[in-house]
Design a protein around this ligand. Structure first.
Ligand code: FES
Length: 103
């Protein structure tokens, strides 16, 4: 799934692999930075704060702010510190408890 995004990929001819974000298929560039690839694919909300439910998305892109937390590989991790890998299953942390899930 490709959606409109204000973010552009530097190499849009990179080989794609299928990943799943909150159950929706996305074809992202293999080996790309996961946070950047999700932003370029149109994902706007990576998580919601546990207290107010405010939406959050990557801010620093260097592992400092923790705004890019996603659940993948059995744990909650910083998307900006991961590379896109075939078959990744990614979800918003604790989203099942919160209920809402929109891109
Ligand atoms: S964007 Fe700040 S830690 Fe990932």
């Amino acid at each position: 799934m490709k959606t409109d995004s204000p973010f552009l990929e530097l190499q849009d001819n990179a080989p794609r692999v299928r990943v799943w974000f909150d159950g929706q298929p996305l074809d992202l560039p293999a080996g790309a930075n996961l946070a950047a690839a999700l932003l370029a694919a149109g994902v706007r909300v990576f998580r919601h704060t546990p207290v107010s439910g405010a939406p959050r998305a990557p801010f620093c892109m260097m592992g400092a702010c923790f705004e890019c937390l996603v659940e993948t590989g059995g744990g909650v991790r910083q998307a900006c510190m991961l590379e896109v890998e075939e078959g990744m299953k990614i979800s918003r942390p604790h989203e099942a408890e919160a209920g809402d899930a929109t891109l």
